[in-house]
Design a protein around this ligand. Sequence first.
Ligand code: IMP
Length: 437
Amino acid sequence: MNDTNSLVVVGAQWGDEGKGKVIDYLAAEADVVARFQGGDNAGHTVVYGANIFKLHHIPSGILYPGCISLLGSGMVINPLVLLDELSELEKRGISTTNLRISTKAHLIMVYHQVYDRVNEELLGENKIGTTGRGIGPAYADKALRRGLRAIDLVDIKVFRERLAQVLPLQNHLLKWAYGHEGYDLDQLLEMYRPAVEKLGPMVVDTSRLLSENLAEGKKVLFEGAQGALLDIDHGTYPYVTSSSTVAAAAGSGSGLGPQCASRVLGVIKAYTTRVGEGPFPTEEKGEAGALLRDQGGEYGTTTGRPRRCGWFDAVIARYAARINGLTGLAITKLDVLSGLETVNLAVAYECCSSKTKEFPASMATLQQCKPVYEVFPGWHEDISRARTLGELPEAARQYLEAMEETIGVPIEMISVGPDRTQTIVKPATYLAGWCGD
Ligand code: IMP
């Protein structure tokens, strides 16, 4: 493996950092794009000219005809949603023949969505604020060793057999704990038959496929979903998703060793957003937050929920850099900050009358943390047409330099708009090499 053929791209905040756009840009040069965790809770929007694609399971690589798109073993896949996603792409003339699904990826079944919804209802005001896609229950069933896997989709007889093994238990839970009438085996079989027919042939040993591609020196992009603070182990537990969202999961979630990628790019928005519940130190509940939401179009791709918005938080960014081993940063949505008089950047937290630069593990502590801001002059120019660093206003460059310095990781890419073309790649960086510059 050399230094230019594999890259992990992860979110370094609470998801929605604009990974879709960054991955789409980098996928132009990739031979394989592989997802390794999460499911259809992810929603990435890719804008190319007048075309807007909203993808949930499928990596952005699908938009490039020569690129293999892969759903890895660490994922949970909703076969019915994936079918819709495929047919939407096909309707728009995008070929889906290059999609491959890991034999070992787990399936999100209809009953997982029931559990997700009822769990949230029962938690009441302590709810997680999930996307309602059944992600947590599907991962829970995987850990409880009663999940169905993509390999079970290869043959309708096998699918029936596996379903028959788990359904009595699921129906028992549905009826006695969740107040649901349960599902009939034949009814479920009919519901999933189209998925068996369409997805079954796409199910392969993706670990082998990836390893062969890496050995041949092909360029592989590992696409993370959600973000560092939604990681099941290192995120703001319990307000997290149920998978490992950090870069180390690229190996385990793809069936490869930890050295599968030589570089880790953290995607980070020039401000912060969060959907769902949980503490958020730099949240702006007033005018500033509303402005960021409106200018940034901060509404969920998967649920349509308005995102909570606030200033950039370098405490989070430093923490994300450590738990992911980030080697570079892609700053997104810098253009959204244009027009502000001043721009705030949190460099530390004030908590229990002391100052800290460390991200706390306790949510009760995080709830009490008040951001310590450095305030930077804003800029009024429209920066959406800038294609080099030199074309950015001095104030914007100062803000980027401050980010880089407080985080301690080099910025390699800056996005100044949703379109593929609205991207600045810093010369003489790893990403510049990836893009062939
Ligand atoms: P779940 O993944 O649906 O179980 O949701 C758990 C938490 O993760 C909730 O706060 C969701 O809003 C959040 N979440 C899950 N996926 C995404 C995403 O792609 N972007 C942002 N937040 C997400």
